[in-house]
Design a protein around this ligand. Structure first.
Ligand SMILES: CC(C)(COP(=O)(O)OP(=O)(O)OC[C@H]1O[C@@H](n2cnc3c(N)ncnc32)[C@H](O)[C@@H]1OP(=O)(O)O)[C@@H](O)C(=O)NCCC(=O)NCCS
Length: 169
């Protein structure tokens, strides 16, 4: 893992395309921007209150930024030897630049010391996210039928999981 930079909770990563991305803990001051990105990239976005609740619950909440401009974020929860990636999002204008991959690799390293498995749920229609998860060693392990609202109906959730070997650091 790359060494922490100035602040012990701020990390620098380089995307596959050679761009430097800073990862730092999300704070309440980020929520206007985070909620705006969320609303613009999801058909059924989290509310601002959902992010506030995750911060209050002590979930792993991280922002990826460049030049102090937030590009994306993640939220994960760990407990009982398992972790769940609750949200991973990249601003529409910044997608396809390797930032989602940086975020996903980062959360794997963050939760590896406290969990043996990392789970997530994804819509079958979300090809970009599914490709990202496959590229990072996640496998489909189950389905929650009719889990997500979609249009006037419902859509299944695919459950993906990755074994955390504990050596990601
Ligand atoms: C899913 C998401 C986080 C990916 O972030 P991203 O920064 O665009 O992804 P990256 O550029 O890091 O791409 C990493 C890999 O994901 C896959 N991928 C990303 N965008 C893709 C697309 N449009 N189509 C197919 N595969 C795609 C590829 O495997 C890619 O690897 P490659 O560049 O070597 O081909 C982003 O598209 C997003 O925020 N989407 C809206 C919110 C969302 O759906 N979140 C996930 C909910 S489960």
């Amino acid at each position: 893992m790359t060494a922490p930079s100035n602040s012990s909770r701020t990390y620098s990563r380089t995307t596959a395309k050679g761009a430097v991305v800073i990862l730092r803990p999300m704070t309440a001051a980020d929520l206007d921007v985070v909620a705006a990105i969320e609303a613009s990239v999801h058909s059924h976005p989290w509310s601002r209150d959902s992010f506030t609740s995750s911060l209050a619950a002590g979930h792993d909440c991280w922002v990826a930024e460049a030049g102090q401009r937030p590009l994306g974020y993640l939220v994960a929860a760990a407990g009982g030897g398992e972790a769940e990636l609750l949200n991973i999002s990249v601003a529409a204008a910044d997608q396809g630049q390797g930032i989602g991959a940086v975020l996903l690799d980062f959360v794997v390293a963050q939760v590896a010391p406290k969990a043996e498995l990392l789970f997530l749920e994804v819509r079958p229609s979300n090809a970009a996210a599914i490709d990202l998860y496959h590229s990072r060693g996640f496998n489909e392990v189950g389905v929650r039928p009719n889990y997500y609202p979609r249009g006037g109906g419902r859509e299944d959730a695919l459950i993906f999981a990755r074994v955390l070997s504990g050596d990601e650091h």
